[in-house]
Design a binder for this molecule. Structure first.
Ligand code: AMP
Ligand code: ZN
Length: 112
């Protein structure tokens, strides 16, 4: 999608610190990390929010790559969190589905 910053990262038109990639998903470092490990995992296909998913098969590669990133970052024993903010009340800022992989410190709950 033309004006989508994450589509531009998929297309290589703007730089990102790539962490891992599969056929249908891409993982890169969050530019403003909220934890020692903070990756974003996105479907390569543009989908704005979870409300817009038609074929849920598109999310399987996202979760698969997120689990791979967590494993490769050494988070399996300590634990990690997967977050997908959706819409206004969740403070979604970028309207291309992205799963936050957060770990490397004790995370608080409930979130703000
Ligand atoms: P959300 O509130 O879930 O939409 O989060 C958007 C996330 O994208 C934030 O954590 C930002 O720091 C992150 N972000 C925005 N632009 C970029 C970028 N160009 N590269 C990496 N992360 C980004
Ligand atoms: Zn996009």
């Amino acid at each position: 999608m033309a004006d989508c910053i994450f589509c531009k990262i998929v297309e290589g038109k703007i730089p990102a610190a790539k962490i891992a990639e599969s056929d249908h998903a891409l993982a890169f470092a969050d530019i403003n990390p909220a934890a020692p490990v903070h990756a974003l995992v996105i479907p390569k296909q543009h989908i704005a929010t979870l409300n817009d998913v038609n074929d849920w098969a598109v999310m399987a590669p996202v979760f698969e790559l997120a689990a791979r990133v967590a494993r490769e970052k050494g988070l399996v024993q300590s634990g990690w969190r997967a977050v997908i903010n959706t819409g206004r009340d969740a403070n979604q800022l970028v309207f291309h589905i992205h799963l936050h992989v957060l770990g490397g410190r004790q995370l608080s709950w409930p979130p703000g």
